[in-house]
Design a protein around this ligand. Structure first.
Ligand SMILES: NC(=O)C1=CN([C@@H]2O[C@H](COP(=O)(O)OP(=O)(O)OC[C@H]3O[C@@H](n4cnc5c(N)ncnc54)[C@H](OP(=O)(O)O)[C@@H]3O)[C@@H](O)[C@H]2O)C=CC1
Ligand SMILES: CC(=O)[C@@H](O)[C@H](O)COP(=O)(O)O
Length: 375
């Protein structure tokens, strides 16, 4: 019998983290939870620690005592000798440093955080390559593409990323400007953390995912298409040289891509994960995205094509703007406006080194808050 995977769950109190623990509960013989981390939610972290008895825990700014669990900085957990797989589910720019630590230690990384690939993809992938670390995508679209490519010997000609279209897919366009955080947080198909849910509503999420797909699969931007698919059953597709298109389909449930990132190359029997009910689904719809309705998608693809520190500026500016929107300091429509203006003003200081990326991100966050004050 195989030894259980020793898993570190970074961001265990969040949406992906909790679903990962749900997968672990279903497969106690295959997964041993060795480390858990939270940002602020000490109570939930303590409950999780009492259940899974990890060797290490961490909560930002707290020196926790929790049973026999040792309190360790997140980067130290990510590179610890006794960890086999590091699941990175910390959102935004905070995901980069533990992902880099895991890559530098040659770990297998189940990567949910997309922002680190957007901002510093070249560096993270090079670090992983030079230390023999494997990056397994958890993001549903990139997991779908990975599943489509498994067993293929040639690169796909084209990638097709599906997007639900979010809550404002068919909303009157003139009213989108001033929708509330509650409306924007009402995602039609997925229950996710706040940042990624707002990104889905602006379609910035899909823009970040286009850059993520370009980085992971080396496909030029011109050959990555975004298609609105409201049912969220097809999670993405790959088209090959002979015109064949492979797709991965399943009900929208992140436990499947999370589990695949842990079980690869196997698939574990999980009869209680939801199965597609085809007569009930009955149809699958597709349409082209409306760039006027969703300006963030265009901004993201433009930043990806420009390269250098533009993707880092895009990601940091968006993170700052989303926070301002959630705290009701700016309107929904201002997110695209502020990110667009910040990108317009950005003058790269050089190539995308870690130092240049950090400087560009700091500048972008500051510029967004200045611009927001002058609105
Ligand atoms: N949710 C989903 O279905 C999907 C998510 N993703 C990506 O996965 C990542 C996580 O998303 P999601 O789970 O939804 O996010 P959540 O906001 O639900 O959870 C985030 C987790 O990270 C912790 N955290 C937040 N900020 C920090 C910080 N600065 N340092 C350390 N820990 C921190 C939180 O702790 P606390 O609870 O204490 O605040 C929580 O455990 C994102 O990058 C997202 O884009 C990708 C595809 C799907
Ligand atoms: C669950 C997941 O992986 C998200 O990235 C999701 O796909 C977001 O939905 P949208 O298609 O609305 O951006």
């Amino acid at each position: 019998m195989m030894k259980p995977i020793r898993l570190a769950v970074l961001g265990s109190t969040g949406s992906i983290g909790q679903q990962t623990l749900d997968v672990a509960r279903r497969h106690p013989d295959k997964i041993s939870i060795i480390a858990l981390t939270a940002g602020e939610n000490v109570n939930l972290l303590q409950k999780q620690a009492a259940e899974f008895k990890p060797r290490f825990i961490s909560c930002r700014g707290h020196n926790l005592v929790c049973g026999n669990s040792l309190c360790l900085p997140i980067e130290e957990m990510a590179r610890h000798l006794d960890v086999d797989i590091v699941l990175v589910a910390v959102p935004g720019g905070a995901g980069l440093s533990p992902a880099l630590a895991a890559a530098g230690a040659g770990k297998t990384i189940a990567l949910a955080n997309k922002e680190c690939l957007v901002a510093a993809g070249e560096i993270l992938l090079a670090e992983a390559k030079s230390h023999g670390a494997q990056i397994r995508p958890v993001d549903s679209e990139h997991s779908a593409i990975w599943q489509c490519l498994t067993g293929e010997t040639s690169k796909p000609e084209k990638l097709i990323l599906t997007a639900s279209g979010g809550p404002f897919r068919d909303y009157p366009i003139e009213k989108i400007e001033s929708v509330t955080p509650e409306q924007a947080l009402a995602h039609p198909s997925w229950k996710m953390g706040k940042k990624v849910t707002i990104d889905s509503a602006t379609l910035m999420n899909k823009g970040l995912e286009v850059i993520e797909a370009h980085r992971l699969y080396g496909i030029p931007y011109e050959r990555i298409e975004v298609v609105i698919h409201p049912q969220s059953i097809i999670h993405s597709m790959a088209e090959f040289a002979d015109g064949a298109v492979k797709a991965q389909l399943s009900p929208p449930d992140m436990r499947l891509p999370i589990q695949y990132a842990l079980s690869y190359p196997d698939r574990w029997e999980t009869p209680d994960l939801p199965r597609a009910d085809w007569p009930k689904i009955s149809r699958l719809d597709f349409s082209a995205p409306d760039f006027e309705r969703f300006p963030c998608l265009k901004l993201a693809i433009g930043a990806g094509k420009k390269g250098a520190t533009f993707p880092a500026v895009l990601s940091a500016a968006d993170e700052e703007a989303v926070e301002l929107f959630l705290s009701r300091k700016i309107k929904f429509g201002d997110i695209a406006r502020l990110v667009g203006k910040t990108l317009e003003e950005h003058i790269p200081a050089g190539g995308p080194s870690l130092e240049n990326i950090a400087d560009a991100e700091n500048w972008a966050r500051q510029r967004v808050s200045e611009l927001a004050r002058s609105l």
